[in-house]
Design a protein around this ligand. Structure first.
Ligand SMILES: [Mn+2]
Length: 266
């Protein structure tokens, strides 16, 4: 609307246009940044049971059974109790049978917080629905996934939930998407430069480089099974392939783990 008002003055029009473009870009920029990293304040988690679960991959039955086992669900079997909080370490969808229902569960429960994994990004980037047949019957999927950040910082426990991992000596805001969603190892290049890599043949487990201070809860690397370290907890235990679905109650400690056997879907 503003643009038409000044049509008789080309120089001014250009200026207004530039301002308009700048305004739009600034909004897109802010929008993306707000979504990438979110913080959950202590006032939200205090006095609650706070759990993190590994890669669910569409296995809603197992997820609900696990939550029921820990007494975190209301009697409807689908809603989190007032005093329960669940973080999901990404790869909530694909491979298993109930991806759309997992997303609906996340969307419906305001105390369930999921981060983006490589599978969420794959879904968002997929053009044709052929690659992921379940998307055909789940028109809401992308809108739900788009709201997932790459990390949740949990202030009360000085923790970060992320799908794959974090690079050391790098602020959260400066982390690469690749490291957060796909990294398994870190390779040390000439000159001491560290490079995140997906494969596990080269370099070392990224955790070997992590110096804290935050405790990282992550998934993504089922081949290593349950990983417990002082400053990191890896929770992907390959549920969809007939493995287990594993969760831990914060703060991570030996007697805080819970898991259930999964059906083999894939
Ligand atoms: Mn993954």
């Amino acid at each position: 609307m503003h643009i038409f008002i000044v049509l008789d003055k080309p120089a001014k029009l250009l200026r207004v246009n530039m301002l308009f473009v700048y305004f739009i870009l600034l909004n897109i920029f802010n929008f993306c940044f707000c979504q990438r990293h979110l913080t959950i304040d202590t006032s939200v988690t205090e006095g609650k049971k706070v759990y993190v679960v590994g890669d669910v991959h569409g296995c809603l039955t197992e997820l609900l059974n696990l939550l029921k086992k820990e007494n975190l669900l209301k009697s409807d079997g689908l809603t989190m109790k007032q005093k329960s909080i669940l973080f999901m370490a990404g790869d909530t969808v694909n491979r298993g049978p109930r991806s759309c229902e997992v997303l609906d569960f996340i969307e419906r429960n305001e105390r369930v917080f999921a981060v983006r994994g490589n599978h969420e990004d794959n879904v968002l980037e997929s053009g044709s629905e052929d690659k992921y047949p379940w998307l055909k019957d789940c028109p809401q999927a992308k809108d739900i996934i788009e709201k997932f950040p790459y990390t949740y910082r949990v202030n009360q426990y000085n923790a970060v939930v992320v799908h794959a991992g974090l690079m050391p000596d790098t602020e959260i805001m400066d982390q690469e998407v690749f490291a957060m969603t796909r990294m398994r190892n870190i390779e040390r290049l000439a000159g001491g430069i560290l490079r995140p890599i997906e494969e596990t043949n080269d370099g070392n487990n990224w955790i070997a480089y992590w110096k804290g201070p935050q405790h990282i809860y992550f998934g993504h690397t089922a081949r290593r099974g349950l990983q417990t370290y002082d400053l990191a907890t890896g929770l992907d235990t390959r549920c969809y392939k007939g493995g287990r679905l594993t969760a831990v109650k914060m703060p991570s400690s030996e007697d805080h783990f819970v898991s259930i056997k999964c059906k083999k879907y894939n």
